[in-house]
Ligand binder design. Structure first.
Ligand SMILES: Cc1cc2nc3c(=O)[nH]c(=O)nc-3n(C[C@H](O)[C@H](O)[C@H](O)COP(=O)(O)O)c2cc1C
Length: 274
């Protein structure tokens, strides 16, 4: 493993002179998603251990308001890859997990104890999503630790009306993200992050220097890892051109509504979101 300074430079494209990287967290700074997997199987015994690590994540009030659907049938995984259409590598994953927020279990528990469920609201929706995301993050960290590769897939929500019945998701349960899992066919380069000065605020939030800091970040990324033509967002709305930086590409993505029917979908699945 490279030394801490090299890892930080790879992650941020700048030196972070104040940071000292303990060996134990060096692999976390070196992490990256894996998109494409070898044929090597992932044994059930290992998968079960990784899922146990995921379930060891903290959960709001110990309510544990999430569920995960494990997919191992290649035809069903391919079905999801085919619906998405632009990520055929998903079909190379021997395991595909769908991480779900789950309000249903709490509703059933109230029912079982003859009490009303009085928390069908926005806060519960957020709690389900947070519990679920923390468990998925812990799964990813555990998978990284044993050399497996993973990639979260928000696109399962772009095909929610097909993915949800495929998995038999009942009311109160919705997919937060898919996660492809397998032994990586290759290691992608590390993806450069915003400088900590943009993301980490000391005592009070202050983004007054953000535009200048982001302009410098755009430049660093442009030099090391320019936005590829295939990575340009919304080419049907904005003309494709060379030299688009990270921040402009973010704006190209966020200026066009994405999955704007999601709240309506959740309401059909019993979420009040009030
Ligand atoms: C919630 C979430 C959803 C994501 N959805 C997708 C996806 O649908 N397809 C994909 O290829 N990558 C997806 N990613 C992976 C990101 O694109 C990736 O993390 C990002 O480009 C940074 O790369 P790195 O993780 O290797 O540092 C997702 C990541 C997260 C956290």
């Amino acid at each position: 493993m490279a030394d801490g300074g090299d890892l930080l430079r790879a992650r941020f494209g700048i030196d972070l002179p104040g940071a000292e990287v303990p060996d134990a967290i060096a692999p976390m700074i070196d992490r990256r998603v894996a998109r494409r997997y070898t044929d090597q199987p992932v044994p059930d015994s290992l998968l079960d251990a990784l899922l146990a690590a995921a379930q060891s994540a903290p959960a709001k009030s110990d309510l544990q308001q999430y569920a995960v659907v494990v997919m191992r049938d290649p035809a069903r995984i391919k079905q999801i890859a085919d619906w998405i259409g632009t990520m055929d590598w998903i079909a190379t994953a021997p395991v595909f997990l769908v991480w779900c927020g789950d309000m249903r279990r709490g509703q059933r528990l109230c029912d079982m104890h003859h009490m009303p469920h009085a928390n069908n609201n926005m806060d519960t929706f957020l709690n389900t999503a947070v519990d679920c995301s923390l468990a998925m993050a812990q799964f990813m960290a555990a998978a990284d630790a044993v050399g497996l590769g993973t990639c979260p897939i928000s696109y399962v929500r772009s095909h929610i009306e097909r993915v949800s019945p495929l998995l038999g998701l009942p009311g109160g349960v919705y997919p937060v993200a898919g996660l492809s899992v397998g032994w990586p066919a290759f290691r992608r380069p590390v993806s450069m992050r915003l400088p900590p000065s943009v993301v980490v605020h000391r005592e009070r939030y202050d983004d007054s220097r953000m535009p200048d800091e982001v302009a410098a970040y755009d430049e660093r990324r442009r030099t090391r890892d320019p936005v590829a033509a295939s990575g340009l967002k919304n080419n049907d709305v904005y003309k494709p051109r060379d030299g688009v930086g990270w921040s402009e590409n973010v704006a190209r993505q966020l200026s066009v509504p994405e999955r704007f029917g999601f709240a309506a979908y959740l309401k059909t699945k019993g979420f009040d979101l009030a």
